[in-house]
Design a protein around this ligand. Structure first.
Ligand code: GLN
Length: 451
């Protein structure tokens, strides 16, 4: 049924870069066969899922939304892919995304933009727009995304779906193509809080193949999602998360959600986190710096595309020609910015300062979590904007991330849930809930209470 739905609507939405029809049907048949043999089935047996094209899948193309990886077939599964298979999930295919997860609109994909199912002329958010759109258009009930600065939460917000950025280190990054390693985190996307919890519990947990993976038991997020409650919770509202640039209808729905939390028995606490206003500047130095290092591996020798390999060019020229052709404008912009920020003589002024701001943001959160259990804010300051509107204005694009970036910089956990439609345009608004590291269960408890 889901493959048929993809066949019927994805021509308009472009959520999938690759539909693995044969593989999905084979996995589904295998689940049936196991059931017939009376074998124990995995916890999500037979449930279809859309996988962001940033995760390696053995024998199935993986592009990261980039031309430079066109034609590359990974020889191994990411840990997330493997855990999904072990849970007997049926992987329908790989979803569209901004190239190497750099963007907030899915327009920087080398394979064309994804449309927002609520209004096909608008962006579905990014970088994980394909995963979010596949849920909103009912092409899949579950999806996987990655969140470096908001790429799970902001697409969830603008498509009216649920997205969770787990605690940094909570879900293995092994086989997840690196953008900014100290910020990247894979996580679940779904249409309900409980669905997200069921998926989260399958992919989470320690992995010795990822040195930043946390060797601690994952909190019981499924129980939290089943027992939604805000009663007695202390909920922080950060004053820096409002003001200029925030759409009226977004703030209206946000304020109503805060009221609802109060009615459900939560204690609302006003907070100030002054360093959050510097998060955007710090993030857009740290993420490009790490990306300039991570993307050095795309040298035309090891993976995918190779240009100018006709015997008339040196190896260095082949690398340069391949990068010229294989990388899009946003990726080139960030590699240049990051290389500059890391170069000797500038390191302290840019990267060093950004790291100091990162520490201040972490301290602001620590202070906040001495007073409250969770912090809430809008997920994105606006609803989905028209495709094309911000492509020539990177700063306007980056501003979409103001509310989501602090959690990546601090490494704590955060969720976006739908909180109604903005009155002025009838488009979905997202509520962000943030909890300390390794307290992901609080997100689910509060999220389920509001749902
Ligand atoms: N929009 C942010 C960026 O462009 C975040 C992307 C992400 O989370 N992968 O970097």
């Amino acid at each position: 049924a889901h493959l048929a739905r993809i066949g019927a609507v994805d021509e308009k939405v472009n959520a999938f870069l690759h539909v693995d029809r044969e593989g999905a049907l084979a996995q589904a048949r295998e689940v049936d066969a196991k059931r017939e043999r009376g074998e124990k089935l995995g916890p999500l047996a037979g449930v279809p899922l859309a996988l962001k094209d940033l995760f390696t899948t053995e024998g199935v193309p993986t592009t990261a939304g980039s031309k430079i990886l066109e034609g590359w077939i990974p020889p191994y599964d990411a840990t997330v892919t493997k855990r999904l298979k072990d849970a007997d999930v049926v992987i329908l295919g790989k979803t569209n995304m901004d190239e190497f997860a750099m963007g907030s609109s899915t327009e920087s994909s080398a394979y064309g933009p994804t449309a927002n199912p609520w209004d096909l002329t608008r962006i579905p958010g990014g970088s994980g727009g394909g995963s979010a759109a596949s849920l909103a258009a009912h092409m899949a009930p579950l999806a996987i995304g990655t969140d470096t600065g908001g790429s799970i939460r902001q697409p969830a917000a603008v498509t009216g779906t649920v997205g969770v950025k787990p605690t940094y280190g909570g879900v293995s990054r092994y086989g997840m193509i690196a953008f900014s390693s100290s910020l990247d985190q894979g996580g679940p996307c779904a249409r309900t809080v409980l669905d997200a919890a069921l998926l989260h519990s399958v992919i989470a947990g320690h992995d010795e193949r990822d040195s930043t993976s946390i060797a601690q038991p994952v909190p019981d997020i499924v129980a939290a999602a089943r027992n939604g409650s805000a009663s007695g919770m202390r909920v922080g509202v950060v004053k820096e998360f409002r003001g200029e640039g925030y759409q009226d209808g977004v703030m209206q729905r946000f304020d109503e959600s805060v009221e609802l939390l109060r009615e459900l028995g939560a204690e609302i606490v006003e907070l100030s986190c002054p360093s959050f206003t510097k998060a955007l500047a710090a993030y857009y130095l740290i993420a490009p710096s790490e990306c300039s290092s991570n993307l050095a591996r795309f040298d035309a020798m090891r993976y995918g595309l190779r240009s100018g390999d006709d015997g008339s060019h040196s190896a260095e020229e082949v690398t340069a020609l391949t990068r010229e052709e294989g990388f899009g404008d946003e990726v080139k912009r960030r590699v240049m910015l990051g290389t500059y920020a890391l170069s000797s003589g500038y390191y302290d002024a840019y990267y060093g300062s950004a790291q100091k701001v990162r520490t201040l943001i972490t301290r602001d959160f620590e202070k906040a979590f001495e007073q409250v259990d969770v912090v809430v804010s809008p997920t994105s300051p606006t609803t989905a904007w028209p495709i094309g509107e911000r492509v020539d204005d990177p700063m306007a694009m980056y501003l979409a991330d103001v509310c989501t970036l602090p959690s990546n910089l601090a490494g704590n956990s955060a969720m976006s849930i739908p909180c109604g439609l903005a009155p002025e345009d009838g488009l979905p608004v997202g509520l962000q809930i943030v909890a300390p590291a390794m307290a992901d269960d609080r997100l689910y408890r509060v999220g389920a209470a509001l749902e």
